[in-house]
Design a protein around this ligand. Structure first.
Ligand code: S3P
Length: 170
C-alpha cells in the first residue's frame, strides 16, 4: 500500500512526506519531481513553454507511474485532485490523505514565493484564493483529512498519518 498526500500548494505535502519517509519504511516519491525529471525543465518552464494543459497530461502520466509502485509515500502536486482518473489510479493501491489548511495559512506561507509558483506568478494571490475555494470539493474526496494549523510540526502530521495507516491495515 502507498500513502498518498494531496492538498493545495503550500499545504506542507513536501515536508510531511519527507517526515513520513524518515519515520517509516515508506520510500519517498514526489510527482512534481518526476515531471521535472521527465521534461528536463522546471515546472515554471513547462507552464511557460507548453501551458497548463500539457503540464496536466504529463502530470497524469507521472501519477500513474507512481501509483503502480508499492510501499511509497507519494507527494502530489496541488492540482492532482482535479483529474478524477489521477485519484482513481492512486486509490487502487493507496490511502489518500489530504492536508487541509485554512487559506490564511497558505497566504502566509506563499508570501514572497511568486518566483517559484507558476500559478501565483500568473494570477496573483486573488487567483490562488479562487482556485483554493474551487478545489475544496475535490480535496474532500480523500480517505483521511488532516487539518493543518500554524505551528504544528511535519513530524506530528506524519505520526497521525502513520497511525491511520496502521489502523487501515488491521
Ligand atoms: C500546482 C501545484 C504545484 C505544481 C504546479 C501546479 C497546482 O505543486 O504541481 O505548479 O495546480 O496547484 P505544489 O502543490 O507542490 O506546489
Amino acid at each position: 500500500m502507498n500513502i498518498v498526500l494531496t492538498g493545495f500548494m503550500a499545504s506542507g505535502k513536501t515536508e510531511v512526506s519527507k517526515a513520513v519517509a524518515s519515520m517509516s519504511k515508506y520510500k519517498l516519491i514526489d510527482t512534481d519531481d518526476m515531471i521535472v525529471e521527465k521534461e528536463g525543465m522546471s515546472i515554471n518552464e513547462i507552464f511557460e513553454r507548453h501551458g497548463e494543459e500539457y503540464f496536466r497530461r504529463t502530470e497524469h502520466e507521472c501519477v500513474c507511474r507512481a501509483a503502480a509502485m508499492d510501499n511509497m509515500v507519494i507527494a502530489t502536486g496541488g492540482g492532482v485532485v482535479l483529474n478524477k482518473s489521477n485519484i482513481d489510479a492512486l486509490r487502487k493501491n493507496g490511502m489518500i490523505f489530504n492536508l487541509a489548511p485554512d487559506f490564511e495559512v497558505i497566504e502566509e506561507r506563499l508570501a514572497g514565493a511568486a518566483a517559484t509558483r507558476p500559478l501565483l506568478r500568473k494570477g496573483g494571490l486573488e487567483d490562488v484564493r479562487r482556485r483554493f475555494n474551487d478545489r475544496l470539493p475535490f480535496y474532500k474526496d480523500c480517505d483521511y483529512s488532516v487539518h493543518v494549523i500554524k505551528g504544528r510540526t511535519p513530524q506530528s502530521y506524519a505520526m497521525e498519518i502513520l497511525a491511520e495507516m496502521e489502523k487501515a491495515r488491521v
